[in-house]
Design a protein around this ligand. Structure first.
Ligand SMILES: [Zn+2]
Length: 163
C-alpha cells in the first residue's frame, strides 16, 4: 500500500469511529455538534480572502476550529469536517502540545490534506447511508441536499467509493 491509499483507509476508519462515538446517527451529519462532543470549539470569523479554515490546539490542549464567515453553510460544514480530519489525524490520540493547520484556498496538496478531505467526505456522507441513497435513485443534486454538501463533493465521494 502506498502512503495515499494507506491515508484513505485510515481516514475512512477514523471518520466511522468518530461518527460512532460522537455522532447521533441523524442525517445530515452535524460536524459542529461532533466537534463540540469532542471538546473542540467552533468559531466563524473573518479569516481573510485566501483562508477557508483552520484548526489550532493551544499549549493547554484546547482545540479550536475557525471557518471563514463569508462561506456558505455547505462549504462551512465541509471545512469543519475537514478540520476535524486534521484533528483526528494529528491531535486526537497524539500528545497535547500546540499544533496548527491553516487551509488556504490555493493550498498545497499533500497527504495531510488528502487524509482530511477523505475524512470529511466519509464523515458527512457515511458510506452505508450514501450507498442506500444512491440505490434509492437520488440524483447528484438530491444527494447534495440530503447530505447538505456541494454537488462536487457528492461526485468526489461517488468516485472514491466506486459508486
Ligand atoms: Zn487542511
Amino acid at each position: 500500500m502506498n502512503t495515499y491509499s494507506e491515508a484513505r483507509t485510515r481516514a475512512r476508519r477514523d471518520a466511522a469511529e468518530v461518527l460512532e462515538e460522537f455522532g447521533d446517527r441523524r442525517l445530515p451529519v452535524d460536524p459542529v455538534a461532533i466537534a463540540r462532543a469532542m471538546g473542540i470549539q467552533c468559531y466563524s470569523a473573518q479569516l481573510g480572502s485566501n483562508v477557508s479554515g483552520m484548526i489550532q490546539r493551544d499549549s493547554s490542549g484546547q482545540a479550536s476550529i475557525y471557518v471563514d464567515i463569508d462561506d456558505g453553510p455547505r462549504r462551512s460544514r465541509f471545512t469543519i469536517a475537514h478540520e476535524l480530519g486534521h484533528y483526528a489525524d494529528h491531535m486526537w490520540r497524539d500528545g497535547d502540545g500546540a499544533v496548527e493547520f491553516v487551509d488556504r484556498r490555493d493550498g498545497t496538496s499533500n497527504v495531510n490534506e488528502f487524509y482530511a478531505n477523505e475524512f470529511a467526505g466519509s464523515l458527512l456522507m457515511p458510506e452505508s447511508s450514501f450507498a442506500a441513497a444512491i440505490d434509492f435513485g437520488m440524483s447528484d443534486s438530491q444527494l447534495a441536499d440530503h447530505f447538505q454538501v456541494s454537488t462536487p463533493a457528492v461526485r468526489v465521494r461517488k468516485q472514491t467509493l466506486g459508486l
